[in-house]
Design a protein around this ligand. Structure first.
Ligand code: NAD
Length: 500
């Protein structure tokens, strides 16, 4: 099996090398070993010793660790792409786009700004306290844990690592056992490229993660579903460990019927069917009016055919569902929705052993249909007909706040209304998912989609404590007049200060 060593530019220009036949090669799914409880404790103790020694504090040391991570990503790219093809049937180009290249971009952005983002910042001191100086000093939190899911197993593990290293922490990584090939590759590459006294890796599922949560970590950065998030937050509460929770999607799309539906369909179809729909910020469902819905469905089907050909099963560009239990979940919800009265406008084809589920467009979907109950997290796109934007907003507001909300409309009043009335982790008009690719925009959820954010400067901030530091000279002794015994002068000064 050959993988490209070409730089991303060349790959994006049309390189097509890919691990073909990933399923037929996978007679026995790979597994990752469970790190033992004792080993988890030893890893955290080792990282704690390093942190306490102050070795990760100097900015040049942080830059060195980031450079090592960059080498892991560039020199280990082929190994990672092979593992991603094994776990998710991903095309190499797609893995570069959404995982390897994405993380390198994030790393370069943080590395370029490292000195500025880690320097103390001056804050204004009120006149009554002068002469004095105030500043905010960003200091690392200590030993932090990054727990990642399986759907973007490289990006969602290593992009938080960028921020954690830049902020001067030591880090325990816990890749997802549900993407076992990638988990194994990440552990091997971390051992090869990263300083084990600064970055440790714990592999496996519930057992090792529970052992990790029992350590007194200084921050836990968790990405995944909301059920496990509760387990993580409860465990963290026992040790007063702060957590960041990057949770699930159910991202709605509003399509104004006056839009160019062919162009709209291309963008929705790309965002939805990338990684076979297993993306937290993928469009979950589409709201549009009854007159636009059939035209949109036709254009969506055309867009799918243009990307993946007449038979997406044979396309090397189309991915696979991560495992058969998720495949069963998706086909179950699809069939139940059709039984409840929705129509398959396009797709519906499946092959369980190959973990293949065809890009599928459902029409005539009602808000109470099974497919609308939970985040879909797969290649099924329901179109829900509504009377207009108002009803779409009401339906969005009925549920948890989504991780992202999308809209296609040129109507300025409608856009302003959506920004005002829809609470969501983030928003994009005209291009679903691209908000995540802007390094200067924080990425995170709100309410049911999580709390805390990262990317760019926020990645450094989320792994830092911003320590206020105040300093005032002894002379002149301006505090004296505020000390007891309180006389008339102090009273008059206070009144003047508060303008009463
Ligand atoms: P998952 O099953 O891989 O679990 C995530 C992590 O939790 C893994 O590392 C796993 O080992 C650990 N884990 C699982 N059960 C555990 C338990 N009982 N105790 C402790 N740890 C446990 O991933 P998932 O939850 O299926 O991920 C998919 C979800 O993640 C979707 O809801 C998706 O929307 C969300 N997601 C969010 C983002 C984001 O950035 N906000 C990104 C990707 C995915």
């Amino acid at each position: 099996m050959q993988f490209s060593t070409a730089p991303p530019d060349a790959i994006l220009r049309g390189h097509r090398a890919r691990y073909v036949g990933f399923m037929s090669d996978r007679h026995t799914p790979p597994t990752v070993p469970d790190t033992s409880d004792q080993e988890v404790t030893a890893v955290v103790a080792r990282l704690r010793r390093t942190f306490d020694s102050g070795a990760t504090l100097p900015v040049p040391a942080r830059a060195r660790h980031l450079a090592a991570l960059r080498r892991l990503l560039t020199e280990g790219a082929d190994e990672l792409a092979a593992a991603l093809a094994d776990d998710l049937g991903r095309h190499t180009t797609e893995s570069w786009l959404v995982e390897i290249g994405f993380t390198i971009g994030e790393l370069d952005h943080v590395a370029k700004n490292l000195r500025r983002w880690t320097a103390p910042r001056g804050r204004r001191v009120p006149a009554a306290l002068l002469p004095a100086r105030a500043s905010l000093v960003r200091e690392p939190l200590g030993v932090v844990g990054v727990i990642a899911p399986w759907n973007y197993p490289v990006q969602l593990l290593l992009a938080p690592l960028v921020g954690a290293l830049a902020a001067g922490n030591t880090v325990v990584l816990k890749p997802s056992e549900v993407a076992p090939a990638t988990s194994g590759a990440l552990a091997r590459l971390a051992g090869r490229y990263l300083d084990p006294d600064v970055v440790g890796v714990v592999t496996g599922g519930v057992g090792p993660t529970t052992a990790l949560l029992d350590q007194r970590l200084d921050h836990i950065f968790y990405t995944g579903g909301s059920t496990v998030a509760r387990v993580v937050a409860e465990a963290a509460a026992r040790t007063l460990t702060p957590v960041t929770l990057e949770l699930g999607g159910r991202c709605p799309v509003w399509v104004d019927p006056r839009q160019d539906l062919e162009a709209v369909a291309r963008r929705i179809a790309w965002a939805k069917f990338l990684n076979a729909g297993q993306t937290c910020v993928a469009p979950n469902h589409v709201f549009t009016t009854p007159d636009a819905a059939p035209r949109l469905a036709t254009h969506l089907a055309d867009a799918v055919r243009a990307m993946y050909g007449a038979d997406p099963a044979a396309s090397e560009d189309y991915g696979r569902i991560v495992n058969t239990s998720h495949h069963d979940r998706l086909t179950g919800v699809l069939d139940a929705t059709v039984d409840a009265g929705a129509r398959v406008e396009f797709g519906g084809g499946r092959e369980r052993e190959d973990r293949y589920l065809e890009p599928t467009i459902l029409a005539g979907v009602r808000p109470d249909h099974p497919v609308m109950a939970e985040e879909i997290f797969g290649p099924i796109l329901p179109i829900v007909e509504v009377s207009g934007l108002g009803e779409a907003i009401d339906l969005i507001r009925d549920g948890e706040h989504p991780l992202a909300a999308y809209a296609f409309t040129d109507d300025a009043a409608d856009r302003a209304r959506i920004v005002r009335e829809v609470r969501a982790g983030g928003m994009s008009f005209g291009a679903p998912m691209l908000q995540v690719s802007v390094p200067d925009l924080p990425f995170g959820g709100v309410g049911g989609s999580g709390y805390g954010a990262y990317h760019g400067e926020e990645s450094v901030r989320v792994f830092s404590h911003e320590k206020p530091v105040f300093s005032k000279p002894l002379k002149p002794d301006t505090l004296r007049m505020a000390l007891p015994p309180y006389g008339r002068r102090a009273r008059l000064m206070l009144r003047a200060m508060f303008r009463v």
